[in-house]
Design a protein around this ligand. Structure first.
Ligand code: LLP
Length: 431
């Protein structure tokens, strides 16, 4: 069910490397990524478009997990990159990512961020609000430069996911609303800035979505707007960006569909709509984040204290928690795990996995089936590749864990474990 194997010692193997050796060599908590799986996920989107012979761009949403090594792999696979902040853009530049393949998002891009995007000649800015149109127009005029942009719109589609990661509904902080005429107004405003090359529309309906129908409804709504602009303004888009949000498997509750199915369904819908509206087939862009890295990452922890409340529950505590995986505490997200040094043993009981932060809510997994467990066993939590490291914090002054990439049976440290000097490095004395 998770894409990993068990070796003859009964240990979990990640990318052909024994998880217990990884824990011993690099310490815990440790994020481990199977790079061949990252490549496979990335290719499944790209190949599906190629197979259909459709002009497309697949941008990895780097918010899911951004580090220099990660972006190097994404570049090797020929994807584009979606950044949402100066920090993500900076990381991309440090990784040597080709700037023309970078797209920038954000609902409150600062002057400095836009300035940096212009200076770096990035490929596209996804405009989110009126303030930003004026700011970008002004900055481009000042520097006598031009920029490709997309307009982010909210199609008013509910995406059947957690409220915090639902973004395509009408009451959203992101983008221009279609229903109340804001997108029309934005269209008119864009005409005032010849330096802004308006390439088309963007929408992202949410995250961890499993059905294609929501994406199809969003596409239909976007085309209704485009048909109007064609009629009234003789405008036809070159690009249609349908965002990310493709769901992955965390537990047996989720049954993801193969990623190419999204590509097939969307291409078919875009073809159908553009024929009906007599609009030339636009380039189709997508922005998967979680779908590319989510299932490729595993977090290794060492089990420490254990507490049994007879008749109620058994707790086992690990050496990390909400500081390296905020998702259970923030979204009630569920995970599966195995005892990595006993991966061949049959579970005999259930335990609940606690993090070590000073918060009752710092629970990683409730009621996890396990074999007999002991202190110093290694727990491997699956599907932590997306929004784990990227949402890690220093709460309780924890140092951020290391990240290791595994490929072809070799492990390589790609993000160092923070030291306590790192944790206090910006603190200044008051004495
Ligand atoms: N494009 C845009 C404009 C987005 O806002 C997002 C995610 C993506 C693409 C990528 O979505 P993905 O393919 O990864 O689902 N921290 C949350 C997820 C927040 C997603 C925010 N936007 C979580 O851990 O579930």
């Amino acid at each position: 069910r998770h894409p990993f194997t068990v070796n003859s010692h009964g240990h979990l193997e990640i990318g052909g490397v024994d998880a217990i050796n990884l824990a011993n060599d690099f310490g815990t908590p440790l994020y481990v990524y199977d790079v061949s799986l990252i490549r496979k996920n990335a290719r499944s989107f790209v190949d599906a478009f190629e197979e259909l012979g459709v002009k497309a761009k697949v941008a990895y949403a780097s918010k899911a997990f951004s580090s220099i090594a990660m972006l190097q792999v994404i570049q090797q696979e020929g994807l584009c990159l979606d950044v949402v902040s100066e920090g993500e853009l900076y990381t991309a530049i440090e990784a040597g990512f080709p700037s023309e393949r970078i797209h920038m998002h954000g609902n409150n891009k600062s002057r400095q961020e836009l300035q940096m995007a212009i200076e770096q000649n990035i490929g596209c800015i996804v405009l989110d609000n009126f303030y930003e149109i004026e700011l970008l127009g002004e900055l481009l005029n000042l520097q006598n430069k031009e920029m490709d942009v997309l307009m982010r719109v909210t199609p008013g589609v509910n995406s059947k996911t957690h409220q915090y990661i639902m973004t395509g509904n009408e009451d959203s902080k992101f983008g221009f609303n279609l229903k109340n005429g804001q997108a029309d107004e934005a269209f008119q405003l864009l005409k005032k800035y010849p330096s802004i090359r308006f390439k088309g529309l963007h929408c992202h309906i949410g995250s961890q979505i499993f059905e294609t129908d929501r994406f199809l409804s969003a596409t239909e709504i976007l085309f209704a707007e485009l048909a109007k602009w064609k009629r009234n303004e003789n405008y036809t888009p070159e690009v249609l960006n349908l965002g990310g949000g493709f769901g992955i498997r965390y537990t047996s509750e989720e049954e993801p569909i193969p990623y190419e199915q999204y590509v097939y369904a969307l291409v078919e819908e875009v073809r159908k709509q553009s024929e009906e509206m007599d609009i030339p087939l636009p380039e189709i862009w997508m922005e998967p984040g979680r779908a590319i890295v989510g299932n490729t990452g595993v977090t290794l922890y060492t089990i420490g204290s254990m507490k049994s409340i007879p008749g109620i529950r058994e707790y086992i505590s690990v050496d990390g928690g909400m500081t390296d995986n905020l998702r259970p505490a923030l979204y009630g997200a569920k995970y599966e795990a195995v005892v990595a040094n006993k991966a061949d043993q049959t579970p005999i009981k259930e335990v609940s996995v606690a993090g070590k932060c000073c918060e009752s809510g710092d629970m990683l997994i409730w009621d996890l089936p396990v074999p007999e467990v002991q202190t110093n066993d290694v727990l491997a939590v699956f599907s932590t590749g997306a929004y784990g490291y990227s949402m890690a914090s220093h709460y309780n002054r924890f140092a951020k864990p290391a990240v290791v990439f595994v490929e072809n049976k070799k492990a390589k440290l790609v993000v160092k474990r923070e030291s306590y000097q790192d944790v206090v490095k910006n603190d200044l004395s008051y004495l």
